[in-house]
Design a protein. Structure first.
Lengths: 334, 272, 497
């Protein structure tokens, strides 16, 4: 039931959708904030332990509790935190005394290039390779790619990191085995060299799974009616694929990309550990072990924000690209 | 009309069966008891110890068999939890309309923002690390993925004409769900779950590697890999064997998922 | 073709300049006092305040480098004067008069006075102080500052360890307010930059009162993964690793490029019994368990040929060390006999609370296997450091646990019946108190030796082994501390070729 709509009508619908989608984005964020706060505060275990040693006396234990403890009721704490969120002020860590926002910012300077770099590289590989695997599904190339990608998904990420470090850093000495330069991004060349192997690690693992998604989405499309109709109308195979296939295949892939990005953002912590990178994931791991509330809340909030926004962008792109979704607005299935 | 069973399904099933065999056998027979430390330190593979021994003298083959058990348990139970919870949530979200729909969509989105690792870390902070916390964390992650897939599938099905026709002829919603919706979506869901099975095992290994999963002295493949890392140059088998078994399991389940997809999807045609 | 000519000229000039620079480069390298030393460690500080929960890492990075104390414990365990020029003890041992060195300045420029000393001590003894050394100063009744260069400490009782304990009190600038993220000390380095999760940089302080540091700056690189740390040394990203955690990695450091040193350690691995509860309130049971475990075999499994077995809490570097390995020797028959005598011939079951970080899980698995041979069933319960602190250490809600204890001179904890292991022996408690009030080091040593022997005979805990202290460094560096006593790592003598 594809109804033809005029441009202005479609635009009106789109901005309508946009407004609604933005509203739901903000609602998600609010819901996530409440969830975050509760989850973090309900964690059992004493945050004061991080400050103590094996020789601590009972008075010291009490003092530590007072230092990190909350004599203020929970609702008040929550409101205080909401207020802080408004100015994006995440407070200070009571364990390290750090300004949480500044710390998150400096960690993002590593995690964002790491994740995006791996992501983009994986896309560059996965899209053509996946397409190829689907288009040549019966030839040796398609089978080979299919099997390689099978293998690629099965390998744990830390394995890849360890192997890459062994080959390129220890044996060949071309790249550093880990760490990030002292002055951060002001030593641009060194910073990029430090991120090369980690980005490659993430890209290898991600491209394996992305290849499979692209391949299966393309396979779906190849056998579909769109292509046959287009060809029946006289278009060449290539043209048909380009005009109809890609748009239809892209939709499920784009929605998957959002999920993959989310998983990688904090999942990169394993890569950070292997390559000793001070990224967001390792900050979170440490904060959770120490019950450093302020840091945990701050990091979770930022990462939720990133994930929700990328989901929003993915949705937007998907709507623009997938003709089926764009058309169903008219259908209004009960 | 009997369809031919795809190669991938056969190959995958064989691979998974090998691992299952190892796991099941571990209930009845182990070459050495798991606590036995009579072997030398980091022995090379031999007929006595097929995979060699670890730092404490334990037989690595026996430990790998237990690892198979743990990997399968993780995969099975996490997929079960994820599947049940996910399909339920997805059904609810799929049938939601107007702004309930938007809320459901954004809720599912924000749940995805909590990746497996994070949930596992929070659970471990609350209760100690164990296979159970790992399964719950991984099950949660699977549920979010399955919920999303289910919701999308249902949205697609609901847009079809025959749904409108059913409604017009007076069928109730439960009847429609059972007669029309479920039959249409279960093949895709089954394939998705088969895929998640292998990924769940992989996640459990990663969590154990980080110390957030099955705690020592239990021999999850991930823990074995972590222990062997320091000695990878002097005793490589300890680092390679569990990894290969893990790869075999995941590849196997992926092949099964692929094969199921080919077998079940009636619209899929080979390009002529 | 003028442009090409000028380009060629420019290129030649550049190349010559580069060559000249290249030739003179060795001249720069020869000046070793301008090197930057890169140190690799697993122990990042939590903050910069050692009375506010800075952790082990803050001692390693800052002690002796940025902050100084009145006295210094050097790498061989000898106490020397540092910021104290001299001191006098009254005849009754209750008054210590310390004269400060003159001309000492903090990095911020302020001069050191006795007020700073008084302030620093009060920070350790304050009600909200989280310092590990706080209880050592309960014996201090007053601190007076008669003039800018003199500090008078009055005690309520003799305390022979006072000078030793004072070596842990960092002298802080009394005018400073932020001790968690800033460090204004008197040491040979100023605190440079801290990139959390990554590095801490210290820069040589030109205005230092003593001999200047032999390197221009020091960078501590922090890792959470031991393999990543080893890789950093292999690729030259760091020059020295302060403490290697597993011997298997040492194989990759053989050869002339690296130097492995085995120093004196004070870290002990303990199987801790809760001496208050059954079955470990029975000395026979404790001795039985101690004799049932082959400590040497566990040491070999984890450390290969490094480390040593110990029979008590006291490491060989303490003056009151005795070789007590034979008191509870590895003897399965003896263990079974003792169990029978305790009425537990059929064995028993207990839960072993095991921290989840190395080497405790491996040790727990080994202990379980050994005790199974005498009929004792061990349930291994792996817990986080956090849970260990809350439940085991604070609430003492446990039967047995594993833990490593890092400091030297800590046998005195057995004189405190409220300490988490609950060992309560009146004689030992009395001896510990008397030792602290002893009038001479010799008397102190005699008393603590008695304590040492008694706790071994009572098997108050099972001391499994003493960790080795392995430092691996590139052959290009020298002058680094080999013993790393109490986690200190003095960097000012390190030179790089």
């Amino acid at each position: 039931m594809i109804e033809l709509r005029g441009r202005s009508e479609r635009f009106g619908e789109r901005s309508d959708w946009l407004r609604r989608r933005l509203a739901s984005l903000l609602a998600s964020l609010a819901a996530a904030s409440i969830l975050l706060f509760l989850v973090v505060r309900l964690l059992p275990g004493d945050p004061a332990n991080a400050l103590l040693s094996a020789e601590s006396t009972p008075e010291q234990i009490a003092a530590a509790r007072r230092l990190v403890g909350s004599d203020v009721p929970l609702q008040q704490q929550f409101l205080h935190w909401l207020g802080q969120l408004g100015t994006l002020d995440f407070g200070e860590s009571f364990i390290s005394g750090l300004d949480v926002r500044a710390e998150i910012a400096s960690r993002l300077a590593i995690t964002v290039p790491l994740t995006l770099g791996g992501f983009v590289l994986a896309l560059f590989v996965a899209v053509p390779v996946g397409y190829l695997a689907a288009a040549r599904a019966r030839s040796w190339l398609g089978v080979l790619i299919g099997n390689l990608s099978q293998f690629g998904i099965a390998i744990p990420v830390f394995w890849v990191g360890i192997v890459l470090t062994f080959v390129f850093a220890l044996r060949l000495g071309w790249l550093p085995a880990g760490g990030f330069p002292l002055d951060g991004w002001s030593e641009r060349g060194e910073a990029m060299r430090s991120l090369l192997l980690p980005v490659l690690t993430i890209a290898i693992v991600m491209s394996a799974s992305l290849t499979r998604y692209v391949r299966s989405a393309t396979l779906d499309v190849i056998g579909s009616d769109f292509i046959r109709t287009a060809r029946a109308q006289g278009a060449s195979y290539g043209r048909a694929m380009w005009q109809h296939g890609l748009r239809n295949a892209a939709a499920p892939v784009i929605s998957v990309l959002g999920i993959e990005l989310a998983t990688t953002f904090i999942g990169a912590v394993v890569v950070e550990q292997v390559f000793a990178l001070p990224g967001l994931g390792s900050l979170l791991v440490r904060a959770i072990a120490q019950h450093d509330y302020q840091v945990i809340q701050g990091v979770l909030f930022v990462s939720t924000l990133v994930v929700l926004c990328s989901g929003f962008v993915a949705d937007l792109i998907q709507r623009l690209v997938d003709p089926r979704l764009a058309a169903t607005r008219a259908g209004h299935a009960r | 009309m009997r369809r031919r069973i795809p190669h991938s399904l056969t190959a995958g099933t064989i691979l998974v069966a090998v691992i299952v065999l190892l796991a099941v056998a571990s209930w009845f027979w182990l070459p050495f008891p798991i606590d036995d430390m009579s072997g030398g330190r980091l022995e090379a593979p031999s007929w006595h110890h097929l995979f060699g021994t670890d730092k404490l003298g334990r037989d690595l083959f026996a430990r790998s068999m237990i690892g198979a058990r743990i990997a399968l348990e993780a995969g099975f139970f996490a997929s079960l939890i994820g599947g049940l919870v996910g399909v339920t949530l997805g059904l609810l979200a799929g049938f939601a309309q107007r702004w309930w729909d938007s809320i459901a969509a954004s809720l599912l989105d924000s749940l995805i923002a909590f990746p497996t690792l994070l949930v596992a870390m929070l659970l471990v902070a609350a209760w100690s690390a164990s296979l159970t916390t790992a399964i719950v964390a991984i099950g949660f992650a699977i549920a979010t993925v399955i919920a999303r897939v289910t919701r999308l599938l249902i949205k697609r099905v609901l847009n079809q004409d025959f749904i409108l026709a059913s409604r017009a002829s007076g069928s109730s919603w439960p009847r429609i769900i059972v007669l029309h919706v479920l039959p249409n979506i279960w093949p895709t869901l089954l394939v998705a779950l088969a895929l998640q099975f292998g990924l769940a095992s992989l996640s459990e290994a990663s969590l154990s590697y980080l110390g957030l999963g099955t705690p020592p002295p239990n021999a999850s493949w991930g823990s074995l890999l972590q222990e062997a890392q320091a000695t990878v140059t002097t005793a490589p088998v300890g680092a390679i064997a569990p990894g290969l078994l893990l790869v075999a399991l995941v590849v196997g389940t992926n092949l099964v998922a692929d094969g199921l997809r080919e077998y079940l999807d009636p619209t899929l045609r080979r390009q002529s | 073709m003028k442009p090409t000519k000028s380009i060629v000229r420019a290129t030649i000039a550049l190349l010559t300049g580069a060559l000249a620079f290249g030739i003179s480069a060795p001249a720069f390298a020869a000046s070793t006092t301008d090197a930057t030393i890169n140190i690799g460690s697993l122990y990042e500080p939590q903050n910069l305040d050692n009375t506010g929960g800075g952790g082990q890492g803050v001692t390693e990075a800052l002690n002796g480098n940025v902050y100084e104390s009145l006295f210094k414990l050097n790498d061989s365990g000898k106490l020397t004067n540092l910021l104290a020029k001299s001191y006098k003890i009254s005849a009754d041992g209750l008054t210590y008069t310390i004269t400060l060195r003159s001309g000492v300045k903090f990095h911020s420029g302020k001069a050191l006075t006795s007020d700073d000393v008084k302030f620093s001590l009060s920070k350790v003894t304050a009600a909200d102080s989280l310092s590990a050394r706080k209880s050592a100063f309960t014996v201090v009744s007053s601190v007076a500052t008669p003039d800018a260069n003199t500090v008078v400490i009055k005690l309520s009782n003799r305390s022979i360890s006072l000078i030793y304990n004072l070596s842990y009190v960092w002298i802080l600038n009394s005018a400073a307010t932020d001790f968690k993220t800033k460090a204004d000390g008197t040491g040979p380095y100023t605190f440079g930059n801290w990139v959390h999760g990554s590095t801490i940089k210290l820069d040589r302080f030109a205005g230092y009162w003593g001999p200047k540091a032999k390197n221009k700056s020091v960078v501590f690189h922090y890792f959470t993964d031991a393999t990543a740390l080893n890789n950093a040394l292999l690729t030259g990203a760091v020059d020295v690793i302060t403490s290697v955690q597993s011997p298997d990695a040492l194989a990759s450091f053989k050869g002339t490029k690296f130097k492995i040193t085995n120093g004196k350690s004070t870290t002990k691995l303990l199987l801790v019994f809760n001496d208050r509860v059954a079955p470990f309130n029975n000395v026979l049971v404790r001795k039985a368990v101690s004799s049932a475990i082959d400590d040497a075999k566990l040491l070999k499994s984890i450390w290969g040929n490094y480390g040593q077995v110990i029979g008590s809490m006291v490491p060989p570097t303490d003056p009151w060390y005795i070789n007590l390995n034979k008191v509870n020797p590895y003897n399965v028959t003896l263990a079974k006999k003792l169990l029978a005598k305790a009425g537990l011939a059929k064995g028993f079951t207990f839960t072993l609370d095991t921290p989840n970080y190395d080497p405790h899980p491996a040790a727990a698995a080994f202990i379980k296997s050994e005790l199974a041979k005498v009929g004792i069933t061990v349930n291994i319960n792996v817990i986080t450091a956090d849970e260990w602190y809350t439940r085991v250490f604070k609430k003492t809600d446990y039967v047995a646990t594993l833990q490593e204890h890092v400091n030297d001179r800590d046998v005195v904890w057995y004189g405190n019946p409220d300490f988490y292991w609950g060992y309560n022996n009146q004689d030992v408690t009395a001896w510990v108190n008397q030792a602290e009030q002893a009038t001479s080091a010799a008397k102190q040593t005699t008393l603590l030796k008695k304590v040492n022997r008694k706790i071994a005979e009572d098997a108050a805990s099972d001391w499994i082994y003493l960790y080795p202290q392995i430092v691996v460094a590139s052959s290009k560096v020298s002058g680094y501390p080999l013993n790393g006593l109490n986690s200190q790592f003095f960097a000012y003598n390190i030179v790089k070729k």
